[in-house]
Design a protein around this ligand. Sequence first.
Ligand code: ZN
Length: 273
Amino acid sequence: MTAATTPLPDRRLVVSIHDVSPAFEDSIDRLADMIGDILGGPRFAMLVVPDHWGAAPLDRAPAFARRLRGWAGAGVEMFLHGWFHRDTSDHRGAGAAIKARYMTAGEGEFLGLSADEAEFRMRRGRDVVEQAIGEPVAGFVAPAWLYGAGAMTALKACDFALAEDHFRVWRPATGAVVARGPVVTWASRSPARTASSLAVAAAARALPDWLPTLRVAVHPGDVTKESLMTSIDRTIRSLSGRRTVARYADLPGVEGGRGGSPIGSGLVPEGVS
Ligand SMILES: [Zn+2]
């Protein structure tokens, strides 16, 4: 941690590891070790995918499930993150289809689901993750931060404590927004996307700390490029030196009131899910 400054108590940093699945165990280990070293412990969240692409069922990976339980016991907040992660539905409307195809490389699983199907996957996924970790999940985050109308209805029905998209964290029960502002994240799928994500991260390090809560999210694919790992290391180091590292559960009440654009209407950076 940078010792030159003292973290501001009213400025928070929340860090999460996305796409936690037995399919990516080595990459997740590397990210968890690196971030844990910087933050002085496992002070981050994990977004768990119950069956990534239908090929990595958590309920048939007992060794990985035990590791998740260990992380949860050490204080890692565990979120349910979709079911398959991949988008397998037909989209109604060109806008939704374009968003799903071009913004996320087809990872927007919850963009086109009916409320019934979304609720079915949420309940089943929550059971699988809670069985693994031995405690309640902290909330639900849709793959690629993309929520269709069905997903929004199902979120309320399932009574998740928290949800987030690219622009805010909110309580589904009341709609109260507990954090605003974009997520700093990295894209590994193409050189152009990688370059732009490096620039955004550099800007996040350099800009003044206007936002009360800043979220940082990393993905298993980030470990495939050393430039991304260097940027992630620098960014988390810099931000955690200036901000108080926080848990999602500790985010204060409503931040900045209600209103603004409807939840889920924003575009996600290309190639990030
Ligand atoms: Zn994801």
